[in-house]
Design a protein around this ligand. Structure first.
Ligand SMILES: CC(=O)CC(=O)SCCNC(=O)CCNC(=O)[C@H](O)C(C)(C)COP(=O)(O)OP(=O)(O)OC[C@H]1O[C@@H](n2cnc3c(N)ncnc32)[C@H](O)[C@@H]1OP(=O)(O)O
Length: 424
């Protein structure tokens, strides 16, 4: 096998994220992913190009979208001979898609590719009531009209009540927010610390829009040019007035909202980028996934990044402090704070991570410097692409350094990565 090659992040594109039942209420996953991909195609002049692969996914998907990414690619300006397929790793989907594309480029299997993600909280795939579904399957197998008619008396009015997808863990029946509230209580994360993080997220994202940072990362769509959830005027005082919705400390202000949106990121080998004259913003250097046993163990559902990051640091020969940017997905403010607290905690680091000294504290001024999911919103599978593009551009602007990306995901999963500056 060939020596791994360096993988460049060329750039990203996303549509502004919209609140559930907002302006994208009638847009399907395919519509939104098409918009994100076509924006990227336009930005990097990719029309008619055959890419190595497009990898994307959605957490909430209709059964008709059996290969959503391929169907979407067929409707974009990319050459239809571009292979494309879906993956799903809950909120880690977008980052995992980027890791898959990056690994194939690193191994010389492809030269360039797009990673993406999309999710709708508005266009929910309602499923037939299980009893009705079984009856319809039996009906379908019936060989004669009389057999079909004989089945009709089995139909009950209750069969018409659909099964609506819940934002809950199948194994526990608890929502993400309920799980996160347990973690917030276990780690004694205060309400005021959560509100402070949420206010900073809004203020920083608003400032990033104002200074034009997102001009080449976000393409207007269906009347939105900025993320609809963004409230530049969010203050700790205002957030402190909101009622808790999960546990005692978590509110609509320090939790991500249910969101619609899509994102895409273009990755290429150094050689391909040079041949096309495309500047590289940053290089993908390391990645790691982890999972926690939140069903039988005492772990918080969203704590897997607390394990993935130290393993990745050990392989990379880095400490937690060796970064200029920390992009930690804000599923809930409490989740970010619990993860940071775990890395500072001698007992957690010793007992769970096997480390004699804790990973330690990070410089908080480097955390989510342009805001994150609390302000932008969180269309599950699209968040990874938003974060990779943001981190790469931050490194390009700085002209040096390194960014840590950490994304917690449903199912007790965590996906993490390191980007390095492309400047020499
Ligand atoms: C999925 C994975 O794999 C991993 C993960 O990321 S886990 C995270 C997954 N995401 C989730 O679970 C989403 C969780 N969020 C939710 O379920 C819902 O958004 C929620 C229950 C928290 C809130 O829902 P809601 O009540 O409809 O919110 P919303 O109406 O917008 O806000 C409630 C109030 O707070 C106010 N508010 C919200 N944010 C505010 C802010 N930043 N500043 C001031 N006020 C704010 C609103 O104005 C509203 O006030 P009124 O009642 O006076 O109108």
């Amino acid at each position: 096998m060939a020596e791994p090659r360096r993988v460049g992040v060329i750039g990203g594109n996303r549509i502004p994220f919209a609140r559930q039942f907002g302006p994208y209420a009638r847009a399907s996953n395919q519509d939104m992913l098409t918009a994100a991909l076509d924006g990227l195609v336009a930005r990097y002049d990719l029309a008619g190009q055959v890419l190595g692969e497009v990898v994307a996914g959605a957490v909430i998907k209709h059964s008709r979208d059996f290969n959503l990414t391929r169907e979407t690619v067929l409707g974009t300006a990319l050459d239809p001979r571009t292979p494309a397929y879906d993956i799903q790793q809950a909120c880690g989907t977008g980052l995992e898609a980027a890791i898959l594309v990056a690994n194939k480029i690193a191994l010389g299997q492809i030269e360039w590719g797009i990673a993406g993600g999309v999710d709708t909280a508005s266009d929910a795939p309602l499923v037939l009531n299980e009893k009705f579904r079984q009856l319809l399957l039996t009906f379908n197998r019936a060989k004669s009209t009389s057999q079909r008619l004989a089945l009709l008396p089995r139909l009950r009015p209750g069969f018409l009540v659909p099964e609506i997808p819940r934002n809950a863990e199948p194994r526990t029946g608890m929502s993400m927010g309920e799980h996160a509230a347990l973690t917030a209580a276990a780690w004694e994360i205060s309400r005021s610390d959560q509100d402070e993080l949420a206010a900073a997220s809004h203020q920083r994202l608003a400032a990033a829009y104002d200074r034009g940072f997102l001009d080449d990362l976000v393409t207007p769509y269906l009347g939105l040019s900025r993320d609809q959830n963004l409230r530049p005027g969010s203050t700790v005082e205002k957030l402190a007035t909101l009622k808790p919705v999960f546990g005692d400390t978590m509110t609509a202000g320090n939790s991500t909202p249910l969101t619609d949106g899509a994102s895409a990121v273009l990755l290429a080998s150094e050689e391909k980028a040079a041949a096309l004259g495309l500047p590289v913003l940053a290089y993908f250097s390391h990645c790691e996934t982890a999972a926690v046993d939140f069903v039988h163990g005492d772990e918080g559902l969203l704590m897997a990044p607390a394990y993935a990051v130290p393993r990745m640091l050990a392989r990379a020969g880095l400490t937690l402090q060796d970064f200029d940017f920390y992009e930690v997905h804000e599923a809930f403010a409490s989740q970010v704070l619990a993860t940071l607290k775990a890395w500072e905690d001698p007992a957690f680091c010793k007992e769970k991570l096997g480390l004699d000294t804790p990973l330690g504290a990070i410089d908080r001024s480097k955390l989510n410097v342009n805001g994150s999911s609390l302000a932008a919103g969180h269309p599950f599978a699209a968040t990874g692409g938003r974060i990779v593009a943001t981190a790469a551009k931050l490194l390009a602007e700085r002209g040096s350094g390194r960014a840590l990306i950490s994304i917690c995901a449903a199912g007790g999963l965590g996906v993490t990565a390191i980007l390095e500056s492309a400047a020499r």
